[in-house]
Design a protein around this ligand. Structure first.
Ligand code: AMP
Ligand code: GLY
Length: 432
């Protein structure tokens, strides 16, 4: 058999997932349930992932090392979790080596890696998004801010680990952001700056799988970016999420597909940069219409945790179909259910926090198709689980209603014994 027909033939597949956070734990958990999965390796993984898959110490940004690892371990299928290896061209390298790969090329992943590129694509395909201007020096950027007034949004063009967007409520804040960006605070990511119209409305995440031609809606979610209850305090990578997102009605999904997603996929193909993988569209919904906030070239974290909780084993079949270019034959069967995840973070996050505290009580938590404690930043040492990151655990549950999922997740939280951690107590409030 050739590598191109793995999923179709139903043969056993050796899988390598790149990444080591809660997103990758959730992907591994869902994929492990599929009988097609033979070997499942996650690099670098974490303590939770190590309980269900092999973990490997591999530099996931080193294309040569990843390709060599695949050859040594007879890997048939590579799934790239985070954006950094995509931007580094790892998916290009594995595909060039003949290994089936889920994830866009570096050229296609520019949709996440460059905000200015995304704006250019939106212009070309007339996708609704915030009005904007691009700058490579401070003086004209400052003049533009004076002319437009606040609120206004200032963005470093490149990847800045989620910190490169300043939603400025005053002109002074926007000007300070310009000084920071052109002052080098974001390194090369801030060499170009995009200044955008502030969009009011409700934000939600729409996930679409595409093989470059066919696009398959792959679920909706909403996350909570602020660290504190009531959506207060500084921005984080996400303190919790739930799926589905009620604000993304079928009508709005249809509009977003027709006006934003399909035109983007067609424009990428037209430019010779076909996009293959998951396209994560951050949307702002106001007055029954969606506009694009941003694209990501990967699953959201922690949005993937709630999507995988709902999808289970079928996730692998659809990811394989996507990588093999036969999404036109694939389908997703959604149950009429809800999932919710609460992030446990180390005290201090998103600012400085300590590593190494012990997390107790994990063995008391139920683990089944309705309850999972996904690990985001953990490490096992002498049989103990230690915190090893800012976001540490994703306590995830499923239910017939969102309230049921929420109650299950918080009931699990009560069984945890980790005084050095904290979580928000109101995940899902907007939808409940
Ligand atoms: P990003 O890194 O592009 O996800 O931006 C971070 C967050 O900033 C988004 O999730 C939005 O909440 C907010 N944001 C970005 N662009 C805009 C905009 N044009 N108007 C309002 N909020 C925005
Ligand atoms: N939770 C937001 C993200 O993954 O970008």
């Amino acid at each position: 058999m050739t590598r191109g027909d793995k999923g179709q033939a139903g043969a056993a597949v050796n899988i390598l997932i790149l990444g080591g956070g809660g997103r990758e734990h959730a992907l591994a958990w869902a994929i492990k349930q599929n009988p097609k999965t033979d070997r499942l390796i996650v690099a670098p993984g974490n303590a939770g992932i190590a309980m269900l898959a092999e973990v490997a110490d591999l530099d996931v940004l080193d294309s040569t090392a990843v390709v060599a690892f695949c050859a040594e371990n007879a890997v048939d299928f590579v799934i790239v979790g985070p954006e950094a290896p995509l931007a580094a061209g790892v998916a290009d390298a594995t595909r060039a080596a003949g290994i089936l790969t889920f994830g866009p090329s570096a050229q296609a992943a520019r949709l996440e890696a460059s905000k200015a590129f995304t704006k250019e694509i939106c212009d070309a395909c007339k996708a609704p998004t915030a009005a904007y201007a691009r700058f490579t020096s401070a003086a004209p950027a400052r003049a533009y801010i004076h002319a437009q007034g606040a609120p206004i949004v200032v963005k470093a063009d490149g990847l800045a680990a989620g910190k490169g967007v300043i939603v400025a409520l005053t002109e002074a804040e926007a000007l300070a952001a310009i000084d920071d960006m052109f002052g080098g605070e974001f390194g090369a990511a801030g060499a170009e700056v995009v200044i955008e119209e502030f969009m009011a409305g409700e934000e939600a995440s729409f996930f679409i799988l595409t093989d470059g031609v066919t696009a398959l809606p792959f679920g909706t979610a909403q996350d909570h970016k602020r660290v504190g209850d009531g959506d207060t305090g500084p921005n984080t990578g996400g303190m919790g999420a739930y799926s589905p997102a009620p604000v993304l009605s079928q009508a709005i999904q249809d509009q977003a597909m027709a006006e934003i997603v399909l035109p983007t996929i067609a424009e990428m193909a037209r430019r010779g940069r076909p996009y293959q993988g998951v396209l994560y569209a951050g949307l702002m919904i106001q007055d029954g219409k969606a506009r694009l906030v941003e694209y990501n070239a990967r699953f959201g974290d922690p949005e993937a945790q709630v999507l995988m909780m709902r999808l289970g084993a079928q996730a692998l079949d659809v990811l394989l179909a996507c990588a093999e270019g036969r999404l036109d034959q694939a389908q997703v069967n959604w149950a009429d259910d809800h999932a919710l995840t609460v992030v446990m973070a180390a005290k201090g996050y998103p600012a400085a926090y300590a590593k190494g505290s012990e997390i107790k009580g994990l063995d008391r938590l139920p683990e089944d198709s309705r309850h999972m404690a996904f690990h985001a930043g953990t490490l096992e040492k002498d049989g103990r689980i230690l915190a090893n990151g800012g976001r540490v655990l994703n306590i995830t549950a499923r239910g017939d209603t969102l309230a049921e999922a929420r109650n299950r997740a918080y009931a699990m939280m009560d069984l945890l014994d980790w005084p050095e951690g904290f979580c928000r107590s109101d995940i899902g409030w907007r939808a409940l």
